[in-house]
Design a protein around this ligand. Structure first.
Ligand SMILES: [Zn+2]
Length: 232
C-alpha cells in the first residue's frame, strides 16, 4: 500500500511538479517547499547564538528586548526574497510554516528563547489582512510553535489604525505614524509573561518598536523577537 501511495505521489509529481520556492527547481520526494540544496545554501545569520547581534543593536534604546534575532540576511534578487515573495504575495503559506520550523529549531538551541508563554505574530491591519486573505507572520509563528510547543495568540495584540505608505518618510516620521496603532486585549493574561514577537522581515524595526512597546507598557515581563529575515 505504501508503494502504491508513493507511486501515485511520483506520478502526480511528474504531471504537476512541485517547485522549490527559493530556486524554482523541481523538488524531490520528501522535500517540502524548499529544496535540500537551498536549505543548505541559504544565508543564515546565526544571530540566535549572539545576543549582541545587529537586530538587537538596531533596537537598542528603542525597545527593551531580552533577545532578538533574524534567521536570514535579506537582499533583493536573492533566494530569500523569492521565499518571502511566495509567502506574502503568492499565497504560499506553507513556506511560512517551513521557515518557522527552521527558525524554531534555531531558537530551541538557544538559552535565550526558553520558556516562552505566548508566541505573537505582528498583526496586520484587518483591512490589509482581508485583501491578502491571511497574515503571513501567523504561519511563521505556527511553524515556530510546532517546534517549541508554545502557545500562539492572535487575539491579544491587535492593530487599530492603518498607516499610510511608509517608504518615503524618515525614521522619525515613520515612528510617529506607528504610534497607537496597536492595542492589547485581555492585558492581565499577558502581564508577567514571556512573549515572543514574530515578524517576517525586519527593515527599520519601526513596527516592532511600536507593537513591542505596547506590550511592555501593559506589563509583559520579558519580550523576545524572532524574524525570518533582516534587510541590511
Ligand atoms: Zn531550491
Amino acid at each position: 500500500m505504501i508503494a502504491v501511495k508513493r507511486l501515485a505521489t511520483d506520478i502526480i509529481g511528474l504531471l504537476f511538479p512541485e517547485l522549490c520556492n527559493a530556486c524554482g527547481m523541481h523538488l524531490y520526494y520528501g522535500e517540502k517547499e524548499i529544496c535540500t540544496k537551498c536549505l543548505y545554501d541559504l544565508p543564515y545569520t546565526d544571530y540566535h547564538r549572539h545576543r549582541e547581534n545587529r537586530v538587537a543593536k538596531q533596537l537598542w534604546g528603542r525597545l527593551p528586548v531580552d533577545a532578538a534575532t533574524a534567521m536570514l540576511y535579506f537582499k533583493k534578487g536573492t533566494k530569500v526574497q523569492n521565499l518571502m515573495h511566495a509567502l506574502k504575495y503568492k499565497g504560499k503559506t506553507e513556506v511560512g510554516v517551513k521557515l518557522g520550523n527552521l527558525l524554531g529549531e534555531k531558537l530551541k538551541s538557544s538559552e535565550a528563547y526558553k520558556e516562552i508563554d505566548f508566541i505573537i505574530p505582528v498583526p496586520l491591519h484587518p483591512a490589509k489582512e482581508k485583501i491578502r486573505g491571511y497574515n503571513q507572520s501567523e504561519f511563521i509563528a505556527k511553524g515556530i510553535a510546532e517546534v517549541l510547543a508554545a502557545e500562539i495568540s492572535t487575539t491579544h495584540l491587535v492593530r487599530t489604525k492603518i498607516t499610510e505608505s511608509q517608504t518615503k518618510k524618515s525614521r522619525y516620521t515613520r515612528f510617529e505614524n506607528m504610534q497607537e496603532v496597536f492595542r492589547v486585549n485581555k492585558k492581565e493574561e499577558l502581564a508577567n509573561k514571556h512573549v515572543l514577537l514574530v515578524d517576517d522581515v525586519i527593515t527599520t524595526g519601526a513596527t516592532l518598536e511600536a507593537c513591542g512597546n505596547t506590550l511592555i507598557e501593559i506589563g509583559v515581563k520579558k519580550l523576545s523577537i524572532a524574524a525570518i529575515a533582516f534587510a541590511e
